[in-house]
Ligand binder design. Structure first.
Ligand SMILES: NC(=O)C1=CN([C@@H]2O[C@H](COP(=O)(O)OP(=O)(O)OC[C@H]3O[C@@H](n4cnc5c(N)ncnc54)[C@H](O)[C@@H]3O)[C@@H](O)[C@H]2O)C=CC1
Ligand SMILES: CC(C)CC(=O)C(=O)O
Length: 415
């Protein structure tokens, strides 16, 4: 079936019938997909989303996620207002700081914040010349802090269509579905003291501190136990309690917390062993709870179970106001500007925004189904290529997802 396409402002080609989505168009669409909730008499729900594309491929994958939200929303009776703001290197170039006041204000006033990626780019291949507080990554650290989010949910779910995309064998990756819960507001990334010095031998030193308080561990552990109750009832807490005092406190508090959850099976694993176990037998994990730095590393390791880092979305939750949603990957300067970035992490992040931020499950499912359908149609970006696949770029992958949202009847269900 061929559909007339038109270039939308985002650069993505949309079916002409979707620009803009008037009531008339929606009612026409309704006959085709048969599942459209809005009508002329029911006003659409409205949400404001602060959109921070950031740097590098952040600016390529974010429009795909935004268009998926816009279209899926319109098909389910929801209007999104997107407020695009600067963060990271892009903000530094335009304003002299990586996290401008206006970005903070728009974020705090929104219903949810979507961030693409920050980091070095082809134009700024290193930020070593900048003082630390002006580097792109500081934009991300600051917004996480400002929103008070402290739990980073990173689902590791293997799509059946992508079993051949992983560097691991099928028998290892099949049916893998676990959730990494990474502590996000403390630990090594924020602990003080930190800095540079000179030791007694006159040598240069660099130092950071990993420090956790009991309340910091308790609040993220509670999220992990609650999530396990909704899943398969298992929490594996990963630390390095044999060596680190911060990990010993971590283990003690997680163990105390587990007494409130007798239905949940708690285990502890040392971080080095967990690296090995994630590759040997990832199916053993249900909820993997860990610290800021260990979670950062173990989720990149786990990405390879799913096919690659271009598949991993995340939700940063726990704050008092709007929550933050960001793909796990960075600005990827090596592929920036080539239209080869995989937008699925970004679109799956939009799904998390709907599910965990706005509690709009119907829209979340619609987008999830569209991703599933697009993969079933054989479309792949090159990082997740499988035998016989149709290799496409970032924009084309986005177009196919939009078509699946709209033209193809959603009929799939993820776990
Ligand atoms: N959340 C964020 O904004 C993050 C930012 N960074 C920053 O990004 C910059 C680059 O860091 P890297 O270590 O190169 O990590 P990266 O995640 O940007 O890239 C690592 C590798 O994965 C590939 N890759 C990443 N996303 C992809 C996608 N969607 N589709 C296909 N391939 C993809 C890249 O091409 C590269 O080979 C640094 O400045 C770093 O600090 C790194 C990680 C997270
Ligand atoms: C500040 C980030 C660039 C580091 C990172 O990878 C993360 O915390 O997710």
């Amino acid at each position: 079936m061929s559909t007339a396409l038109q270039i939308h402002a985002s650069g993505i080609k949309l079916p002409v019938s979707l620009i803009p989505s008037t009531t008339k168009q929606i009612s026409r669409a309704s006959k085709r997909v048969g599942r459209i909730r809005c009508s002329a008499t029911t006003p659409n729900k409205k949400y404001t989303i602060a959109v921070l594309p950031g740097d590098g491929i952040g600016t390529e994958v974010t429009p795909v996620a935004v268009e998926a939200l816009r279209l899926a929303g319109s098909l389910e009776g929801i209007d999104f207002e997107f407020k695009e703001m600067l963060v990271g290197g892009a903000a530094y170039e335009a304003t002299g700081v990586p996290f401008p006041e206006e970005t903070l204000k728009a974020s705090l006033e929104s219903d949810a914040v979507y961030l693409g990626a920050v980091g070095i780019t082809k134009k700024m291949p290193s930020s070593d010349h900048l003082p630390k507080h002006l580097r792109p990554e500081v934009g991300l650290m600051r917004i996480r802090r400002a929103l008070g989010v402290y739990a980073n949910l990173r689902p590791i779910t293997v799509f059946p269509q992508l079993l051949e995309a992983s560097s691991l064998k099928r028998s290892v990756t099949e049916e893998v579905d676990f959730m990494i819960i990474r502590e996000l507001a403390g630990g090594l990334y924020y602990g003080k003291p930190r800095g540079f010095g000179i030791n007694e031998k006159g040598e240069e030193t660099g130092f950071c501190t990993e420090i956790y308080s009991s309340s910091e561990v308790d609040r993220v552990a509670r999220i992990a136990f609650d999530m396990a109750m909704e899943r398969r009832g298992k929490v594996c807490s990963v630390d390095k309690a044999t060596i680190l005092e911060s990990s010993r406190l971590w283990r003690k508090r997680v163990t105390i917390m587990s007494e409130e959850y007798p239905e949940v099976d708690l285990s502890h694993m040392l971080v080095d062993t967990s690296g090995m176990e994630l590759i040997r037998y990832p199916k053993q994990f249900d909820v993997l709870l860990t610290t800021n730095v260990f979670g950062d590393i173990l989720s990149d390791v786990s990405a390879m179970i799913t096919g690659g880092i271009g598949m991993l979305p995340s939700a940063c939750i726990g704050g008092p106001g709007p929550q933050l949603f960001e793909p796990v990957h960075g600005s990827a300067p090596d592929i920036e500007g080539e239209d080869v970035a995989n937008p699925l992490a970004a679109v799956l992040t939009a799904v998390m925004l709907l599910r965990y931020g706005l509690k709009e499950e119907a829209v979340a499912k619609r987008i999830e189904n569209a991703i599933f359908d697009t993969l079933n149609e054989g479309f792949r970006t090159r990082d997740i290529s499988t035998p016989g696949a149709k290799i496409v770029g970032c924009k084309k992958m986005g177009e196919e997802i939009l078509k699946s949202l709209y033209v193809r009847v959603p009929s799939y269900q993820l776990n």
